[in-house]
Ligand binder design. Structure first.
Ligand code: FAD
Length: 402
């Protein structure tokens, strides 16, 4: 391919930035690498629970994307509104952008729409501003029933709701005080972190039991009832009381509702022909190649099939490893040889782990071989101080990519 090749990467989150930076080390400068992201800055999801518990400020867990140009990358802050994968053509804010190689890393779109009545009542912490608002609501929370509910799997980081529940419990036990609140989780999933298997699920349930957090599994929320919705359904900045109606017809009263939003593929992919039966981009699991020549996809937007019928969890640790692997395939395509440095092709191996901060200065670590046969093998290392140091190192490593 000519020295003037252009690789376009959609999304500068966990996966996109890892791919872009790795590719830059493999491709000489005349080859252009354009990163497109509609947000001027990104945040570390694992840091959102630090923001909602008041331990870090938003700017400590976010990075401005304008700075990535110092790594030899081009950056355009604009929305991708359509993609034609057969021609590797993007429509970006009114322009057509042609790519010699195209990597899609736009993550997932998050929405509360499938839960009528949730807008203006339910808090969440999956975006950084919402985590900050939830932190404010917890500050002024005088006590009562806190209900956290999952709209639908899959969602980013299967450990995140449990981490948030444990940390919110620790925070509320200090103020307003242990006798003044209750905390419950309601989720349609059969157990905590189903992809990790029954042993991990039992270990997480035990953490709940030790703290008196209640949990209802296999229960889907269907509607929120509240007399005090914010004007025009704008996100709430304080606790709003109401009732959560469940699919079994019962209602769960709450004084503060926290919802894990539903996740879908971003809208610009809907007509692209890239989405598989489950609504995510279909890819080959070791190479992350789509069925279109020169087009790859990584991270939360993909469905990576696992033995036993599951899907690889949506987690930054996988998006990053996939990005690094795909960078080698992209370089090989552009440089026209087997692989950069003529080494063996780099494959994504489905191994990785996530931290689950449990409070009391500790974190557990769920580590897995997700491509294992006949089912993924996941081990939960129990909560420890070393675990929390591991999460802090994970956060520092993330910041270094930007
Ligand atoms: C509370 C929470 C805790 C988490 N904890 C962990 C953890 O401990 N460990 C872990 O590994 N993972 C964790 N995660 C998950 C992790 O953040 C995601 O899995 C990861 O960010 C996915 O990376 P990605 O590159 O696929 O997408 P993202 O990081 O979401 O990046 C996608 C980018 O694409 C951009 N984009 C989207 N659509 C468009 C468009 N149309 N045009 C232009 N740009 C677009 C977005 O602005 C975004 O910057 C957590 C997530 C949350 C929310």
């Amino acid at each position: 391919m000519s020295a003037g090749s252009r690789t376009v990467i959609v999304g500068a989150g966990f996966g996109g930035i890892a791919a872009a930076r790795t590719l830059r080390t493999l491709l000489p400068e005349p080859h252009r690498i354009l990163v497109v992201d509609w947000r001027p800055e990104v945040s570390l999801g694992a840091g959102h629970t630090w923001v909602l518990t008041g331990r870090r400020r938003p700017e400590q867990v976010s990075r401005r994307l304008s700075g990535i140009t110092r790594h030899g990358l081009e950056f355009r802050c604009a929305e991708v509104v359509a993609v034609d994968p057969a021609r590797r053509m993007l429509e970006v804010a009114g322009d057509r952008v042609q790519a010699d190689a195209l990597l899609l890393a736009p993550g997932a779109r998050l929405t509360l729409e499938p839960l009528p009545g949730a807008a203006g009542v339910a808090h969440q912490f999956y975006d950084l501003d919402a985590a900050l608002r939830l932190g404010g609501a917890l500050d002024s929370f005088a006590g009562g029933r806190v209900v956290m509910t999952v709209l639908a799997p899959p969602y980013k980081c299967p450990a995140a709701p449990h981490e948030a529940a444990l940390l919110i419990h620790e925070r509320l036990a200090r103020r307003p005080g242990p006798d003044k609140f209750s905390l419950s989780l309601i989720t349609p999933e059969p157990q905590p972190m189903p992809v990790a298997g029954p042993a991990v699920g039992a270990a997480v349930r035990e953490l709940y039991e030790q703290r008196g957090i209640t949990a209802r599994f296999g229960t889907k929320p269907v509607r929120v009832h509240s007399p005090s919705v914010t004007p025009a359904g704008s996100p709430p900045s304080r606790a709003v009381a109401g009732e959560l109606e469940l699919a079994d017809g019962t209602r769960e009263p709450f004084d503060l509702l926290i919802a894990i939003p539903a996740h879908t593929a971003p809208a610009f992919l809907r007509e692209s022909g890239l989405l598989g039966g489950q609504g995510w981009v279909s890819v080959a699991r070791e190479t992350l190649a789509t069925t279109f020549d020169g087009v790859w996809a990584i991270g939360d937007v993909t469905q990576v099939p696992l033995a036993g019928g599951g899907m690889l969890p949506k987690a930054g640790v996988f998006a990053r490893a996939e990005g690094e692997a795909v960078a080698h395939a992209l370089a090989a395509r552009i440089l026209g040889r087997g692989a950069p440095s003529d080494g063996p092709p780099v494959a994504f191996d489905g191994r990785g782990g996530c931290y689950l901060e449990t409070g009391r200065g500790e974190a557990a670590f769920a580590e897995g071989d997700f491509f294992a046969e006949p089912v993924p093998v996941v081990t939960l290392h129990p909560p420890s101080r070393a675990g929390l140091s591991g999460k802090e190192k994970f956060a520092k490593d993330w910041a270094r990519w930007y």
